[in-house]
Design a protein around this ligand. Structure first.
Ligand SMILES: *[C@@H]1O[C@H](CO)[C@@H](O)[C@H](O)[C@H]1NC(C)=O
Ligand SMILES: *[C@@H]1O[C@H](CO)[C@@H](O)[C@H](O)[C@H]1NC(C)=O
Length: 349
């Protein structure tokens, strides 16, 4: 009958329309997904981490990945205080969706940890190459009494490693330790903040190369240059020179120094020093590099220093290890100068 033909025709058209509709919806979804892919990957991971591991819930606000705010990424850290050992254990677990510092859209992140106001010790994690989501999983112990703990702040700074330029800071966390409930282990995700510029004293950087020839037992240090040194004189300039010292078994051993460069905060030296250090001694040696202001009127002042050796940490240890694993080849690297060091140097007897 004629009505049956009409009915089949109508059903067919409906079916085709339905198919079109399905295809359309699918297309739209895929488009949206692509747009959100980055955001979701990031925030989901962060959220998962939070619900499964967090004992302390951070603010709800930090889940919002708004496009307006410059996101530096997040850091998962832990804090635990052992009163019996008077030891604070700072755990750097992982970071997520870090701001990329390199042009390639990636970073080589590592984390620096220290405690203010007594910045006696600075710890660093390993560098993770080419990632914005590193899993550090390192723990750093700090000896500190309960009384000073409550007046201190722990600072965790995420840096982008670069062998040839100053390491750029990606973001940081500052946790006032007086506000922490020490009855629990703290483990939480936090948004990295813009680094505080005021108190991070910048003493400048120094570049030098290290070369070790095991067969000959020769350690060569070439002091190349320094930049952005802090001025020690009232005139706003300094007359810097560099001291190169070796300690063996934590006792002062050998010492040399560069020439004095007049009235500059960016001196260029290119001066080479060679020391006899046997293969048996190299594991027990500390190399101390310090920059001094030459002052004819009064005592010379130290403008900053660093030390290298098998028990150095972070950037300094990296340089020392690179030297040892590349025998006979000079390895150059920039270092940030520090005020205080934790070199356990013994007094000469
Ligand atoms: C850090 O050094 C200061 C003085 O330099 C000292 O009074 C303090 O006890 C030290 N703190 C720790 C935790 O070692
Ligand atoms: C640095 O010193 C070395 C050896 O003294 C010399 O060959 C080199 O040309 C110097 N480099 C510069 C840039 O002056």
């Amino acid at each position: 009958p004629r009505w049956a033909i009409y009915a089949i025709f109508v059903a067919g058209v409906l079916l085709i329309l339905l198919c079109c509709l399905c295809v359309c919806i699918k297309c739209c979804c895929r488009g949206n997904k692509k747009k959100q892919k980055k955001k979701e990957r990031v925030s989901l991971k962060a959220l998962n981490g939070k619900t499964s591991t967090a004992l302390v819930q951070p603010d709800v606000g930090d889940v919002d990945y708004g496009a307006t705010k410059k996101q530096r990424g997040k850091l998962l850290y832990s804090l635990e205080y052992n009163a019996a050992l008077t030891e604070l254990m700072v755990g750097i677990k992982q970071a997520n969706s870090l701001l990329s510092a390199d042009l390639g859209g990636s970073s080589d992140p590592y984390v620096k940890v220290y405690i203010l106001p007594d910045k006696n010790k600075t710890c660093e994690t390993k560098v993770f190459k080419n990632t914005l989501n590193p899993a550090f999983n390192e723990q750093f112990p700090f000896q500190i009494t309960k009384a000073s703990l409550l007046k201190s702040t722990v600072v965790m700074q995420v840096f982008d490693f670069n062998r040839f330029t100053k390491h750029e800071i990606i973001g940081e966390l500052r946790m006032p330790l007086g506000e922490v409930d020490w009855n629990h282990v703290i483990e939480e995700w936090k948004d990295l903040a813009e680094p505080a510029k005021f108190e991070e004293e910048n003493l400048g950087e120094i570049c030098f190369s290290l070369r070790y020839v095991p067969a000959a037992g020769k350690l060569t240090v070439v002091i190349l240059e320094a930049k952005n040194l802090k001025s020690m004189d009232i005139g706003g300039s300094s007359d810097p020179y560099v001291k190169v010292q070796l300690a063996l078994d934590k006792r002062k051993w050998k010492k040399k120094k560069t020439s004095v460069k007049k009235k500059t905060l960016n001196p260029y030296y290119n001066e080479s020093f060679t020391f006899d250090v046997s293969f048996q001694q190299i594991q027990r040696v500390h190399l101390v590099i310090s920059v001094w202001d030459h002052d004819t009127m009064s005592r010379n002042d130290a403008m900053g220093k660093i030390f290298l050796g098998c028990d150095a940490t972070g950037n300094q240890l990296r340089h020392w290890a690179d030297m040892l694993s590349n025998p006979r080849r000079p390895v150059a690297q920039w270092h940030s100068l520090q005020t205080s060091m934790f070199i356990p140097l013994r007094k000469d007897r």
